[in-house]
Design a binder for this molecule. Structure first.
Ligand code: LHQ
Length: 254
């Protein structure tokens, strides 16, 4: 259900239930969680790429998973939340290639990427309130931060289906490319990130998330602590040396 391929320091994950628009089941979420945890602990993996198989990126929760026997959603969301915590806590950059429709929790997963590309034919819909639910998988946290409160209100309450172009103009994605070039372009970004200063990326990711709950004084203090850590990496030494020698740096990720 989750295809894994590791090459050139990149772990390429593909949500693979194309016959169901890659809709999320408990089993798929558990596989995704395991893959993210494994990648995080593997020093050979220096960037991740997430995409979907077939014509959709991910249609969110598989609405057929439970049949008539609907579980307690609060309990079910624990499985979502550990995936989101794993994505948010990754110590390497995550590139997301949105190949088609991203709806509900599928849109949330897409937004957790640090760099998001969309195919021209991709679309985005929050979808939650359309079926009488509230945003989950971090959508209520991330969406207003990405697009501002007013737009988040519109996207969450009315759930319009956004084209890739609209998603680009809102800042939901960083780049839109023709579908046939999506993977190649996403891999190029992942490759660049995989050759970068992995620790500095990890600490930058952490800072960007942490500052949301910090005062300015606390944010400055955290920047100083993490700069201390980054300053002790070999990659920092190499970066400065390469700058002085007027050559591209060769980062090792430590
Ligand atoms: C689906 C699905 C789907 C099953 C399309 N499930 N079959 C967390 C935890 C607890 C509770 C619940 O929720 C959550 C988080 C969530 O993610 S809630 C939001 C769940 N997702 C949705 O409500 C999205 C529903 N799907 C859509 O809006 C559209 O299908 C999208 C925009 C994804 C794609 O539209 P189209 O390309 O026009 O395809 P389609 O609508 O014709 O769908 C194709 C088939 O896929 C169709 O089946 P059929 O047998 O008629 O061919 C759909 O029923 C099926 N499908 N999404 N989530």
């Amino acid at each position: 259900m989750v295809l894994k391929e590791r090459r050139e320091g990149i772990l390429h994950l593909t949500l693979n239930r194309p016959e169901r628009l890659n809709a999320l089941t408990g089993a798929l979420l558990d596989e995704l969680h395991a893959a993210l945890k494994e990648a995080n602990g593997d020093p050979e993996v220096r960037a991740l790429l997430l995409t979907g198989a077939g014509r959709a990126f991910c249609a969110g929760q598989d609405l057929a998973e439970f049949g008539e026997q609907k579980p307690d959603y609060e309990a079910h969301l624990r499985r979502y939340n550990r995936v989101v915590e794993a994505m948010a806590g990754l110590e390497k950059p995550l590139v997301v290639a949105v190949n088609g429709a991203a709806a509900g929790a599928g849109m949330s997963l897409a937004l957790w990427g640090d760099y998001r590309l969309a195919a021209e034919e991709a679309s985005f819909a929050t979808a939650f309130t359309r079926i009488g639910l509230v945003p989950d998988s971090g959508m209520s946290f991330l969406l207003p931060r990405l697009v501002g409160l007013a737009k988040a209100q519109e996207l969450l309450l009315l759930s319009p289906r956004l084209s890739a172009k609209e998603a680009l103009s809102l800042g939901l994605v960083h780049r839109v490319v023709p579908g046939e070039r999506l993977l190649e372009e996403a891999l190029a970004v992942a490759r660049e990130l995989a050759q970068g200063p992995t620790r500095a990326y990890a600490l930058t990711r952490k800072l960007l998330l942490e500052t949301y709950r910090l005062s300015l004084t606390e944010a400055l203090a955290l920047e100083a602590i993490l700069q201390g850590e980054a300053g002790r990496t070999l990659d920092h030494e190499e970066g400065v040396r390469a700058f002085r020698e007027k050559r591209p740096p060769r980062f090792q990720g430590r």
